[in-house]
Design a protein around this ligand. Structure first.
Ligand SMILES: NC(=O)c1ccc[n+]([C@@H]2O[C@H](COP(=O)([O-])OP(=O)(O)OC[C@H]3O[C@@H](n4cnc5c(N)ncnc54)[C@H](O)[C@@H]3O)[C@@H](O)[C@H]2O)c1
Length: 360
């Protein structure tokens, strides 16, 4: 973990986190509070049930939380008026969630982003806005790349979003630059890779948080479905590391105006995740399943620019972080949602691989 004194310049600073009651927002709040910052959260509490919010240390009675929508201009302007830094983390934050409910995706990922950016553009005392984009803007990367070589995403690579979630984030990146640069406001765009850690509770119908899902399946004695033999790779970033990276991006002079990957630079296959989970749950059973079309092939982050700009690098390896996650599930079995307990492997495969529509 980063030495908290590295963040000492945040002592006394007022930080607004939109989407602050979510996974990353609550972790960031703890990191910033330890550094002595005053943190305000804005969240419409749309992502999680109250039991999960309680596990994340928040909920409607949280004194630091304003329950409201990031697309509400009056509310956002009032909160930004009291902020020295803004982290825009609010989003309808899963690929499948955006596909299933595009109206909410438009409101929360496009309209709300516009609202937050315009408020920051009009508020000179805001020292910097950090936008949480996503590594999904890279899509599957260069289609001409050698399939035999490890895949690496570098910030200068073309963006190739594959879905509404990633397209909206791509738009948000450009919009941040287009609104804040002419207004003279500092900003940093971060592209987090796969964030995981204690407190993470999967969302229904969103097969993307594989460490959390496999750990919960194994804890329940359910099978671990390995799509495509688990050959897809991810760059898994431990939650505390993600929070520290974001906190550093508020301060680091070299991060101003930059677009930065937020990852470890380490490639882990989904099969390796399943094997690590099986080490903790020796009775767990792996089954081979087809790869859903929307399941990205994945890559690791090129972290060169991130390390230089932030003078920081993540500290937690995937086996350390996964062990901490499993320990949390063992201590907190109530974190496993009811809908996940009720699912079957067959039902999951059918949901992730909808039959092709019949031809007329
Ligand atoms: N978790 C990851 O692996 C990951 C990876 C890449 C990028 N990101 C991005 O980081 C950010 C935070 O991710 P997270 O994992 O904490 O997601 P999360 O879903 O846990 O948190 C997002 C929060 O935003 C809130 N929200 C949604 N719409 C809102 C609105 N209109 N107004 C106010 N609040 C709203 C939700 O209630 C939720 O609490 C998101 O923008 C996400 O797209 C996350």
């Amino acid at each position: 973990m980063t030495d908290p004194t590295d963040l000492a310049a945040l002592a006394g600073a007022r930080v607004l986190i939109t989407g602050g009651a979510g996974l990353i927002g609550t972790a960031l709040r703890s990191t910033l509070a330890r550094a002595g910052a005053t943190v305000r959260l804005l969240d419409n509490l749309s992502a999680y049930e109250s039991a999960t919010l309680a596990l994340l240390g928040t909920g409607p009675l949280d004194p630091d939380l304003t329950v409201g929508d990031s697309a509400d201009g009056d509310l956002v302007r009032a909160l930004v008026a009291d902020a020295d830094y803004v982290v825009h983390a609010a989003a309808h934050s899963t690929v499948q969630g955006c596909a299933n409910d595009p109206a909410t995706a438009f409101r929360s990922n496009l309209a709300a982003t516009d609202t937050v950016l315009r408020a920051v553009a009009d508020t000179p005392q805001v020292r910097r806005l950090v936008l949480l984009s996503t590594a999904q803007v890279y899509g599957n990367g260069d289609p001409g790349a050698d399939p035999g070589r490890p895949r690496v995403f570098t910030e200068d690579a073309p963006v190739r979003p594959l879905n509404l979630y990633a397209s909206a984030k791509t738009w948000a990146e450009f919009h941040t630059r287009q609104l804040l640069a002419p207004a003279g406001r500092e900003f940093t765009v971060l592209r987090p890779f796969s964030v995981y850690g204690p407190g993470q509770v999967p969302k229904p119908g969103a097969p993307s948080w594989v460490i959390a899902q496999f750990s919960m399946y194994a804890a329940l004695g359910q099978q671990l479905p390995l799509n495509n033999g688990g050959r897809q790779v991810r760059d898994f970033l431990y939650l505390d590391d993600a929070a520290h990276g974001i906190a550093h991006s508020l301060l680091a002079p070299g991060a101003a105006g930059q677009t930065l990957n937020l990852g470890t630079g380490v490639t882990t296959s989904v099969r390796q995740v399943a094997e690590l989970v099986c080490w903790h749950y020796p009775a767990a059973e792996i089954v081979d399943t087809p790869r859903p079309a929307q399941d990205p092939l994945g890559a690791r982050a090129d972290t060169t620019r991130m390390c230089q700009a932030l003078s920081w690098r993540p500290a937690v390896s995937v086996d350390q972080g996964l062990t901490r996650y499993v320990d949390w599930i063992k201590r907190t079995p109530e974190a496993i949602p009811h809908w996940l307990r009720a699912e079957t492997t067959e039902g999951r495969i059918a949901a992730w691989n909808p039959a092709a529509p019949a031809r007329a």
